[in-house]
Design a binder for this molecule. Structure first.
Ligand SMILES: NC(=O)c1ccc[n+]([C@@H]2O[C@H](COP(=O)([O-])OP(=O)(O)OC[C@H]3O[C@@H](n4cnc5c(N)ncnc54)[C@H](OP(=O)(O)O)[C@@H]3O)[C@@H](O)[C@H]2O)c1
Length: 335
């Protein structure tokens, strides 16, 4: 069974290895993986060496059940399934055990391999209208955006949502915000990417390179009210702007630190604005299933920028490192 492994720190240390198939427990599924998608976190793992030699990267993928354990009842051979980001967070609030079960980190190998063995509870049924490569984009980026603005933020029609940049999480947040009848402001370093965001439904755009003080512009767009939901993926370069842009009682969904960690936070501005800061770590299987129902009803299609062959996985990580993408990057897995 072919697996892409992290053999050291750096994209050039990714290498293909041949591995023995894993044993199948009574409640397990053997899954022939079809596609995997990249997240910024996977790139960080690859660049840092992954914490342990031999880790298979990538939290996200999708495949087909090829064998079931004796006690399996949820799925049959031939079913298309998509692993959840956390193997052990099924429902309810986050737990220490659940949050330490992420795929593609620690002792849990990820999805960049030909075959996986997972407990039947650690996957969802893949929506029939999505291709394998589309479904492979959902477990981390889509669910993170969904949990922030929908599950924690209770997004309502008529509210405003600001998405930072045009990476995986932000493009899903844009799509979900439009699903809920919200007004969307998209930011990007690229006018060409902003045009693509408008084609996806963004109502307003701000180029954060030419308008680094974008909070002021966001308040102008909303007639001074400020933004109800900010998808905060930037960290050091964006959090202060987010605090200045948020509406009274509005939500900042704290998701990423693309531009580095934040050392100084304007606490007084946060309480003056009565802002709610939601720390987000992806979501549970139940949240994933909620999201899939909404996507299926509206036939929401993930935005894929480029796809790569398994043998060319390094090029996929290099594209993400350059930030050249819009939406998601996918790797097709060996047949
Ligand atoms: N907490 C969680 O559960 C969770 C889950 C998923 C992701 N994350 C985190 O969320 C962040 C985004 O992840 P991702 O997978 O969506 O990454 P990604 O696809 O690599 O997104 C990269 C994009 O971010 C934008 N960006 C970079 N600097 C920016 C800035 N100063 N202001 C606004 N946008 C900026 C750029 O967009 P333009 O090219 O358009 O400028 C860039 O293309 C990462 O830090 C990731 O680790 C966290």
């Amino acid at each position: 069974m072919k697996a892409m492994v992290i053999a050291g720190a750096g994209i050039d240390k990714l290498e293909i290895q041949e591995r023995e198939p894993e044993p199948l427990g009574p409640f397990d599924l053997r899954i022939r993986m079809r596609a995997s998608s990249l997240n910024f976190r996977d790139l960080s793992m690859v660049k840092s060496g992954g914490g342990r030699p031999g880790l298979v990267p990538n939290s996200c993928g999708t495949g087909e059940v090829i064998e079931t354990g004796a006690e399996v009842q949820r799925f049959n051979v031939g079913d298309r399934v998509t692993p959840t980001f956390f193997k052990n967070w099924i429902a309810g609030p986050p737990t220490v055990e659940g949050l330490s079960s992420a795929l593609g980190a620690g002792r849990h190998d990820g999805c960049l391999r030909a075959e996986m063995v997972l407990n039947q509870e650690s996957v969802v049924a893949t929506p029939g209208y999505l291709s394998d490569k589309e479904a492979a984009t959902l477990p981390c980026a889509a669910l993170t955006a969904w949990r922030g603005i929908v599950e924690e933020g209770n997004l309502r029609a008529g509210q405003t949502v600001l998405v930072q940049g045009t990476g995986g999480v932000s493009i899903f947040a844009l799509q979900f915000a439009k699903l809920f009848g919200a007004e969307v402001i998209a930011t990007s370093s690229s006018d060409e990417k902003l045009e693509r965001a408008v084609a996806l439904g963004a109502d307003h755009t701000i180029n954060y390179r030419t308008t680094p003080e974008w909070a002021k512009r966001a308040r102008e767009i909303t007639d001074g009210r400020g933004i109800d939901h900010i998808v905060e993926v930037g960290g050091a370069d964006t959090l202060q702007q987010s605090i200045e842009a948020v509406s009274l009682g509005g939500n900042i969904h704290i998701i990423g630190v693309l531009t580095g960690r934040v050392n100084d936070v304007a606490v007084s501005s946060i309480f003056r604005q009565n802002a709610k800061l939601h720390g987000i770590t992806v979501g549970s299987r139940v949240m994933f299933e909620n999201m899939i129902r909404a996507m299926t009803l509206h036939q929401t299609r993930p935005v894929i920028d480029q796809e790569f062959d398994f043998d060319d996985s390094r090029s996929a990580f290099e594209l993400m490192e350059r930030g050249g993408h819009f939406g998601k990057i996918v790797i097709n897995l060996p047949r």
